[in-house]
Ligand binder design. Structure first.
Ligand code: ADE
Length: 331
């Protein structure tokens, strides 16, 4: 149900991710416009004496910092935060348990909210509007409804697929924010900050190389930094140099654009099996042996962003840039 990971249960990467996560608003690099607007909403709600700011929806590709922002908001508001996700809440009873355990002013963060099932989604509407939970107790002729008052809280919904969210759910958020990919400079700052926190010595050129391969996503940048650090510790004295960085990426099969074997497989399939496209999502998934949602949520956003794939009304098409990158002739 809700996440309850103890430090003992976490693997090293997760522990480090937590260690690298900004703890204060000022430490969060990038997304300046979103941060500014969120702070205004929080401050205005405080000034009015509201028990909780309006519900908010964050959308954007995975790894851009939606969860981190929610944590920082809780810190700023000095309230509790409960974290769960659409697919984790399977039954109405589970959602009811989460809602009834909230305290006034808390944040409830639901990741991948587009995957919340219909029953839960409909149950949450009156909660969002009037903080009323209508529960059906018992079944058959004995079934009756009870109305429970839920303490006022702020729902933060996060999604990678805004289009999959139903209209009624979208309309219940007071504000919607789109998180954008980071700039090269912002990612470089994040890599430097993470290296300092990890106690890793690193030069400017290596930082630049890591940032260039990060897909402009902090989570990926931090993951790459950790892998390069492993190489530096095993092969050298722990100091990250451009040579070590190149060796690490070569061994990890991360190319100059940050593409890994999964991305290359998608591009190769599109080019070789569909003659560059157009190919529909279903056909591309079957031919590349990947799940449709993995293509949609993991591979495609970045391939579209760097202009390697175009989405057309008839399907996905590989661009000349993609052919050039893979050293294939485009005719
Ligand atoms: N680590 C992950 N995301 C970050 C961000 N936006 N700023 C600073 N550190 C981060």
């Amino acid at each position: 149900m809700t996440k309850k990971t103890t430090p003992e249960q976490m693997d090293e990467d997760q522990t480090l991710d937590l260690a690298l996560r900004p703890k204060r608003w000022e430490e969060y690099i990038g997304q300046e416009k979103v941060k500014r607007n969120i702070r205004i909403i929080i401050e205005a709600a405080e000034k009015r004496g509201d028990k909780a700011p309006e519900h908010m929806l964050f959308h954007g590709n995975s790894g851009l910092g939606k969860t981190t922002l929610a944590y920082l908001m809780a810190k700023e508001m000095k309230t509790g935060i409960r974290i769960t996700s659409g697919p984790a809440v399977k039954k109405a009873g589970e959602l009811a348990a989460i809602l009834t355990n909230l305290s006034e002013g808390d944040i409830l963060f639901i990741d991948e909210i587009h995957r919340l099932n219909k029953v839960c989604e409909e149950m949450i509407y009156p909660v969002l509007e009037e903080f009323n939970l209508n529960l059906v107790v018992g079944n058959g002729p004995m079934a009756r409804t009870v109305d429970l008052k839920i303490p006022q809280f702020t729902l933060i919904g996060a999604t990678t697929q805004l289009a999959l969210l139903s209209g009624p759910l979208r309309n219940r958020f007071g504000a919607t924010f789109r998180l954008e990919p980071y700039s090269q400079k912002e990612i470089e700052k994040i890599v430097k900050r993470s290296a300092d926190l990890l106690g890793v010595e690193i030069d400017k050129e290596s930082i630049k190389k890591i940032a260039e391969r990060s897909r402009f996503t902090p989570r990926v940048a931090n993951r790459l930094l950790k892998r390069v650090r492993d190489f530096a510790q095993v092969k050298k004295d722990g100091k990250v140099t451009p040579e070590i960085t190149d060796t690490a990426f070569k061994n990890l099969n991360v190319d100059k654009k940050g593409l890994e074997s999964g991305d290359i497989n998608i591009l190769n399939t599109l080019i070789e099996k569909f003659d560059g496209g157009p190919a529909g999502l279903k056909a591309l998934a079957a031919a590349s042996n990947e799940r449709q949602d993995t293509i949609l949520e993991i591979y495609e956003p970045y391939l579209v962003q760097i202009d390697f794939i175009k989405r057309t009304s008839r399907g996905r098409v590989a661009t000349k840039k993609a052919y050039d990158h893979l050293n294939k002739s485009y005719d």
